[in-house]
Design a protein around this ligand. Structure first.
Ligand SMILES: Cc1cc2nc3c(=O)[nH]c(=O)nc-3n(C[C@H](O)[C@H](O)[C@H](O)COP(=O)(O)OP(=O)(O)OC[C@H]3O[C@@H](n4cnc5c(N)ncnc54)[C@H](O)[C@@H]3O)c2cc1C
Length: 137
């Protein structure tokens, strides 16, 4: 028996965590609402890019069935790093050469596209904007 079927669940906060949770719960048949204090999805600046790790952020997106949307929106190569001295001599380089790809990659995605992917994956009306939860009875 699916314990989540026909359950009504409130998620407080529509950040990447809350939206991903809502998606995963809806995939299990739960009736979910996300209460978010922002007035609407573009109410504030989104902030810097996120690097996603295999065991956490990427795993969540995989389980949410959103990897195709992720691949269409991430920043290929943005997780590579090169440190040089003042003469441009390379002191450290982390390029994830083909032979070394896989678990060490931490692909980056901007927060705006990630938010869109997650919002688009939810049933219409799932997020209740302008809802600052101040307590529970
Ligand atoms: C500078 C910086 C760089 C980072 N870089 C990375 C990175 O590269 N990779 C990575 O994985 N993580 C990174 N993080 C961490 C990442 O931002 C957080 O892990 C992630 O945003 C957490 O998601 P969340 O949904 O749990 O919380 P949040 O993103 O904080 O979202 C919480 C949401 O809940 C809403 N809310 C809060 N209280 C209430 C309330 N009472 N009622 C209604 N709504 C409410 C807020 O408005 C917000 O929208 C970084 C963080 C910072 C600050």
């Amino acid at each position: 028996m699916n314990l989540l079927e026909n359950k009504t669940i409130a998620v407080v906060g529509g950040g990447p965590g809350g939206l991903t949770l809502a998606r995963l719960l809806q995939m299990q048949g739960a009736d979910v609402k996300v209460f978010e204090r922002d007035a609407h999805k573009d109410a504030r600046a989104k902030g810097a890019t996120l690097d996603l790790h295999h065991e956490s952020g990427l795993r969540a997106l995989r389980e949410a069935g959103l990897m195709d949307a992720f691949r269409a929106n991430y920043r290929p190569g943005a997780d590579r790093m090169r440190i040089t001295d003042k003469h441009a001599n390379i002191k450290f380089e982390d390029t994830f050469a083909d032979s070394d790809k896989g678990e060490r990659e931490r692909p980056e995605i901007d927060r705006g596209p990630l938010q869109n992917i997650l919002l688009d994956s939810l049933k219409p009306g799932t997020v209740v904007w302008d809802s600052h939860i101040v307590g529970l009875n």
